[in-house]
Design a protein around this ligand. Structure first.
Ligand SMILES: [Ca+2]
Ligand SMILES: [Ca+2]
Length: 59
């Protein structure tokens, strides 16, 4: 999370996600974004990995 979070706001935007993990697409991001606000919190990220929506991004 910390490496991908370019602006250190503790959330990942789609742009940050694509920059850090180009293999993740918009559909995966949308599924992971549980509250649909266009940002992934650490909790959303964790839940998505546990649900198998996203690969384990290695912290
Ligand atoms: Ca961020
Ligand atoms: Ca969200």
């Amino acid at each position: 999370m910390s490496d991908a979070d370019a602006n250190a706001d503790k959330m990942l935007s789609m742009d940050e996600m694509k920059a850090a993990y180009p293999e993740i697409n918009e559909d995966q991001f949308a599924l992971a974004d549980a509250n649909g606000d266009g940002m992934l919190t650490e909790q959303e990220l964790k839940d998505a990995v546990e649900a198998g929506v996203l690969p384990d991004l290695g912290g």
